[in-house]
Design a protein around this ligand. Structure first.
Ligand code: FES
Ligand code: FES
Length: 194
């Protein structure tokens, strides 16, 4: 049998849910329908993501990070600061590593984007990924996708790498768990084997 307290609790939750629903419906009705020529209107773009052509419809205000995570379901790329300071959102665009929170999806129509989901090939881990495991290059793992994408791009850049260079080149990828020595070990090993 429903206790009096539980009954009132459930009634309160239902009322709250109904009010939230009404609020969002009213807000949606207030949104203006934009003319397709309006620069703020959503548009269809095609981006090559991890080797697959993906077409999505996005408003010009949507960042590449949000398009990848929320529209394409590629949640490996993390949203940390959302303002270009932590590197958790690092992806490769046409081979260059960038902070995907600092760029708009519509600017990348026709580009080649590689996220952490596209680093392993046919189920085989990239040497950087193997080295991160060998050297315990992570603790909570939140920064790890960005670290891995950044490290893979760094190796592709073909620079001569020593500990100091790796630290400098990866300085845009912060790790709040302080795994830096292990990350540098991992990148150094991957540089020697890839
Ligand atoms: S989430 Fe993009 S740099 Fe932090
Ligand atoms: S492993 Fe936790 S933030 Fe880097």
């Amino acid at each position: 049998m429903l206790s009096r307290r539980r009954f009132f609790f459930r009634a309160a939750i239902s009322t709250l849910a109904a009010q939230i629903g009404l609020h969002f419906r009213a807000a949606a009705q207030r949104l203006p329908t934009l003319h397709p020529n309006d620069s703020r209107a959503a548009r269809a773009i095609t981006i090559n993501v991890n080797g697959v052509e993906r077409t999505l419809t996005v408003e010009p205000r949507v960042t590449l990070l949000d398009a990848l995570r929320d529209r394409l379901g590629l949640t490996g790329t993390k949203k940390g600061c959302d303002q270009g300071t932590c590197g958790a959102c690092t992806v490769m665009v046409n081979g260059r590593r960038i902070d995907s929170c600092l760029t708009l999806a519509v600017m990348h129509a026709g580009d080649r984007v590689v996220t952490v989901e596209g680093i392993a090939q046919n189920g085989v881990l990239h040497p950087v990924q193997r080295a991160f495991i060998t050297h315990d290059g992570f603790q909570c793992g939140f920064c790890t996708p960005g670290q891995i994408v950044s490290a893979v791009a760094l190796l592709n850049e073909g620079k001569r790498l020593d500990r100091e260079t790796i630290r400098t080149e990866m300085s845009g990828n912060l790790c709040r768990c302080g795994c830096y020595p292990h990350i540098v070990d991992a990148v150094l090993e991957a540089a020697g084997t890839s």
